[in-house]
Design a binder for this molecule. Sequence first.
Ligand code: GLY
Ligand code: MN
Ligand code: MN
Length: 440
Amino acid sequence: MSETRLDDQHAAHLEGLEHAYARLLEAHGYEGVLLYSGAPRHFFGDDQQASFATFAHFLHWVPLAGIEHSWLLIRPGQRPLLRFHAPVDFWHLTPSLPQAAWTRRFTLEASDETAPPPFPQGRLAIVGDVDAGTAERLGAALNPLALCQALDELRVRKSAYEIACLREANRLALAGHEAARGAFDAGAAELDIQLAYLKASRQRESQVPYQNIVGLNEHAGVLHYQHYDIQPAVRRHSLLLDAGRRVAGYASDITRTWAGRDADPQFAALIEGVERFQQRLIAELRPGVDYVALHAQMHLELGRLLSEQALIECSPEAAVESGITRAFCPHGLGHSLGLQVHDVAGRRDARGEPLPAPERDPALRLTRPLEAGMVITMEPGLYIIPMLLEPLRDQPAGRHIDWPGVTRLAPHGGIRIEDDIAIGHGGPINLTRDNATDSL
Ligand code: GLY
Ligand code: MN
Ligand code: MN
């Protein structure tokens, strides 16, 4: 996409935010809201800092992922005031004031202080990771719940600008996935696969939207596997790579699973099966779809695949009913995606009323009906997680499971295939696979 087109989309996005914030501030009785970027924390007793993610409501306005100690004052009818933290400090490079086209809609002020800007009298809310003392000194309401939920709701449906950023975040992440697959085929260790991913997707590790999951063999069955082995695996059964990229703060979240040189032939068939039913479920996506029902359909599809592959000897319906499919896939079908990888308001309706996950699916992060403009992930899985499967051995359901098959597949860990999808008026727009079109 051309820079000008993106600048125009960005201007429209900001104009939309100006109107929406004016409406919400009036409805909630505030004359202004001060958003805080947040700042990195120091390790206890140390002068070193933890890695840091800027507060997402701040990024909704200001496309500078990583910006810290900065403030944004929004008052209806006035230009947003960005107090940009730019300390003059010979230990660090002093940040320069941003100059991109979006800055024309802001009043920019560089400051070497970390304190909030002075603001005029009036009822003010502060939103962000701010201590109660600061809010009290300013006489402001700190993170008022109703306003915060309303601001979350504004992030549920994405503007054309946001979808363009998410698409670009997918394009860059895919370059990383391709390089990582090459490294896996060449016999690399988890750490070297991670480094190949970071290099090709042009990012450092502190910038990733979530810790990349690079699981070889059994590690592919640890849902949020958190280490990177430095030694190559002797046998190469599988790689599960769940890795993303940020663009202007917006996150991609993509998973691919590959069979390795030493894989059981059935493992490749299972990967194909998961991908096929993932694509069938994606084809169902459109405004009005009940995502909880789609999650239930995922379990039925998984039951079908397990049955076709003779890993179970019962009907798909019985496999769902008895809990077998939930032992093979304990997570949800997907979640909302945006400035946070697990984006806000997934379990509330548009009026802010809670929509809890079903009792049998506590990990389902998205329970609201789909609307045009939402961006979500679709990530079915099939795992051999001994901690979940073993207890079934002593239960009636266990009689239907092919235990020798489970043992044979256990060294492969598991499978997840994850794409990022924008909900268009007429159906799904796959931001991971169809990187060309861009209208809703
Ligand atoms: N990468 C985290 C997730 O897929 O939800
Ligand atoms: Mn995800
Ligand atoms: Mn993921």
